[in-house]
Every structure is written in structure tokens, then in C-alpha cells.
Design a protein around this ligand. Structure first.
Ligand code: PL4
Length: 407
């Protein structure tokens, strides 16, 4: 008799982003003709830059001749791409072997799947608020109890608040798996080396493993802030890192990312190399590699021309964030993030709940954002605006908020 994975029934509500789409569509149905300005989902809008587009085209053309045709590739990714990624990190003084880079179709799937190579009874700690994938993947895997107002039973929440600058204190109890995202989604805060060092030391001392999501590292402009957790001494022994081409190369629909599992990284019951071997085995079994066409685009994105053009695009989105921040500041709304991240995190005016502010912003200004409570209990009373819009849409949204939001 087949039975379902009952852990799915523990999931608190619909996944955040489809819920936003559902409410937006309901608004449009009752307000036909209204133009909605979308600063909700962190999805790129600018066209792919020419050098990357050329790489993608070369990838397509290679399939058209028997000399250059390729079928299934290695599930870990093609060598030129893994080599290019290792070189990217070497520019920051990091010595990682290309074989420690696992190319994939997304940081979302990797950050959801990584928990599968760890024991079911690991205690999980997450920043609160956090990208929902970290929590939901562990709920589905059965590492939590039921959800309540304060979150899932059995999960260790590390609150990120105004008081601690949106970077958490160390957990007071022993935890085994720790999710850290920097630059942070949703708060836009970037962890300093000193802040990360505390977690790296904790993980090495307690034989815990850190999952470091650096999907927005390219948005860091402050030269003192780390782009990778491996810039912190000892991190290669305890940290796995995710990154993505989604937000730098405009690949949210194209799909390409990478995960670093250093051979030195280990758990209390395994020797160095075992986690690397397990992730290799996991990917070999479940994944047939990222598209060869897309990987050709990734190689082009890492070329000097590709990086120059994608850096310009990142700067464009950061300017959007600055425009959003400036507009909200003028209204006296407290904002965070935006300087080194594509997200502006604002405190809801008048102490409104995150979803009440969502409705107010949609109804009064026709602007869609993301309610902070959707990222965890500590996100309540906050709201996220994405800077990934076309400039005219961002400007229109800011003007609409300035003119129509009734504070
Ligand atoms: C909406 C911290 C966005 N449907 O594109 P990927 O899979 O390489 O990367 C996804 C990802 C990974 N890590 C972090 C992220 O913030 C994201 C993308 N987040 C957002 O608005 O928060 C897109 C979300 C998408 C989803 O469910 O991921």
C-alpha cells in the first residue's frame, strides 16, 4: 500500500511566492486594467548581455555539427566552467580545486537538496527571516515538528533583528546544520568576516556544517566584506557554499549555479573527503548535469568581457535599490539593505503586519512587494522590495508610493 510523505502536510501554508502571485491576480481580477508594479519576486528583468548571449549561441551552434555535438555531460559540470569558477575564487586569494565545484541548474535546488546527505536527526539552525527553501526542505525531510506562530517545533531560529544588525548571535544550544545567507535574502544585510568567523569557529568546535548561500555576492560593493565564506580561516573544514548565475548573468530562467563542497569539509562521523564523495554520489544519481548550451553561456559569463558587462548590470540593479531607498527615506520609512544587496528591507509604517502592508501597498499604490513574515516569524512587521525591475517601473513604483501611500 503506497503512503504519502506526511511531512508535506506540516508545511505551514502555500509556498510564499505563488501566494503573492495568487493575491496579485485576485487584485487584478477585481481591478481590471490596473497596472501593477512588481517589486516582489527577486527575478531579473534586464536582457542578457551580448558576450554571454554569444556564449549561449556558440553552445547552440556546437550542437549543429557532428564534430562539436555533445550529449550527456558529467553531472558535476564541464571542465572549462569548473576551471573558470576556481579561477574566479583564486582572484580573491582562495585556493579551491575545480573538482570541489559542482555545477547545477540552481542554488534553489542545491540548497534544498544538500540536507539529503546528512543524518535525519541533525538539528537545524536557520537565520530568521530566511529564504523559505532552507526551512521547507528540512520540514519535508522530517527534521521538524509542527508549525505554530513561533515557527516549526524542533527547528532552531536565529533571529536577525534591527538590534543585532540583522546578523544572528550563535545558537545557545548545540546545532548540527546552520544556514547562513549573505548578502541576505530578505534583509539585504551582509555578514562581516568577524561575524562569520564566530560561526566558523563554532562549527569547527562542534563539528557542525554551515550552508552558506552567497547567491548575491556579486552585489557587494564594500571592499571589506567577504564574498565567500572561504575568506574566513577554517571555513573549508566546515562550510558548503552555494552561488548562482541567476542574478549576475540574468539566468533566472536559463538556470545555472554552483555548489562548493571542499574535500576538507567533514562531520563528526566522517573523515575529510566523505561529504565531497556523498555529494558527488548524490548528483550522479539524481542529476544529469546542467544543459551544455547553458554551461557555454556560463563560461562566457566568466570571461573578462562577460564579467565587465555583467558587473555593469549588477550596478544597474544596485542603482534601482538606491532609488527605492531614497524614495522611502523621503517618506520617513525606515529601510535597511540595498547598498550591497538587491533587496530593500523596510519596517512597515504604523506597525502594520507584513501582509496588511502588502494589501495596503497593492490597493493604494498598485505596487507588489514581499511580506517579511513569509520569510519567518522575525520577518513580521517588515517588508521586502526587490531592485530587479526595469528602471521606469522602479521609478514609477517609488513615485506611486510617495504620492499615494496613506501613512
Ligand atoms: C522565486 C538566497 C528569489 N521561484 O535561481 P537560483 O535557483 O540559482 O537561486 C535561487 C535563490 C537561491 N538563494 C537565494 C535566493 O534568494 C534565491 C532566489 N530568490 C526571491 O525572490 O527570493 C526568487 C524566488 C523562485 C524561488 O522560489 O526561488
Amino acid at each position: 500500500m503506497a503512503r504519502i510523505n506526511q511531512n508535506y502536510d506540516k508545511l505551514a501554508a502555500g509556498y510564499l511566492f505563488p501566494e503573492i502571485a495568487r493575491r496579485t491576480n485576485a487584485f487584478l481580477e477585481s481591478n481590471p486594467g490596473a497596472q501593477v508594479l512588481r517589486l516582489g519576486i527577486g527575478d531579473t528583468t534586464e536582457p542578457i548581455v551580448s558576450s554571454v548571449l554569444d556564449g549561449l549561441k556558440e553552445g547552440v551552434d556546437a550542437l549543429g555539427s557532428s564534430e562539436s555535438y555533445s550529449g550527456y555531460g558529467p553531472s558535476e559540470g564541464i571542465s572549462p566552467l569548473r576551471d573558470g569558477l576556481a579561477k574566479l575564487y583564486s582572484e580573491r586569494g582562495l585556493s579551491l580545486d575545480p573538482s570541489e565545484f559542482f555545477v547545477s541548474d540552481g542554488a534553489k535546488s542545491d540548497s534544498a537538496n544538500i540536507q539529503g546527505i546528512f543524518s535525519d536527526d541533525c538539528v537545524v539552525a536557520v537565520q530568521d527571516p530566511a529564504y523559505p527553501v532552507y526551512v521547507d526542505s528540512n520540514v519535508i525531510a522530517g527534521r521538524t515538528g509542527l508549525a505554530s506562530e513561533t515557527g516549526y517545533d524542533g527547528l532552531v531560529y536565529m533571529p536577525c533583528t534591527e538590534e543585532n544588525g540583522f546578523f544572528p548571535d550563535l545558537p545557545t544550544q548545540k546545532v548540527d546544520l546552520i544556514y547562513i545567507c549573505s548578502p541576505n535574502n530578505p534583509t539585504g544585510a551582509v555578514a562581516t568576516k568577524k561575524q562569520l568567523k564566530k560561526f566558523v569557529d563554532y562549527a569547527n568546535e562542534h563539528k557542525a556544517v554551515i550552508f552558506f548561500d552567497s547567491a548575491y555576492a556579486a552585489f557587494i560593493t564594500d571592499p571589506d566584506l567577504p564574498h565567500s565564506i572561504y575568506e574566513v580561516e577554517g571555513a573549508e573544514n566546515c562550510a558548503i557554499e552555494f552561488n548562482s548565475f541567476s542574478k549576475t548573468a540574468g539566468f533566472t530562467g536559463v538556470r545555472l549555479a554552483w555548489t562548493i563542497v571542499p574535500k576538507a569539509c567533514q562531520t563528526e562521523d566522517s573523515e575529510a573527503g566523505k561529504l565531497h564523495a556523498l555529494w558527488t554520489r548524490r548528483q550522479n544519481t539524481f542529476f544529469n548535469g546542467a544543459s551544455n548550451v547553458v554551461q557555454a553561456g556560463g563560461v562566457a559569463a566568466l570571461s573578462s568581457g562577460g564579467r565587465r558587462q555583467t558587473d555593469e548590470q549588477v550596478a544597474f540593479y544596485l542603482e534601482n535599490a538606491r532609488i527605492i531607498n531614497e524614495g522611502l527615506d523621503a517618506l520617513g520609512i525606515t529601510t535597511y539593505g540595498g547598498g550591497n544587496a538587491p533587496y530593500v528591507w523596510l519596517k512597515t509604517p504604523g506597525g502594520l503586519s507584513s501582509w496588511d502592508f502588502f494589501d495596503k501597498l497593492l490597493n493604494q499604490c498598485h505596487v507588489v512587494g514581499t511580506p517579511g513574515s513569509g520569510f519567518g516569524p522575525a520577518g513580521e512587521g517588515f517588508f521586502r522590495l526587490s531592485a530587479f525591475g526595469h528602471r521606469e517601473n522602479v521609478e514609477q513604483a517609488v513615485s506611486s508610493i510617495k504620492e499615494k501611500l496613506q501613512l
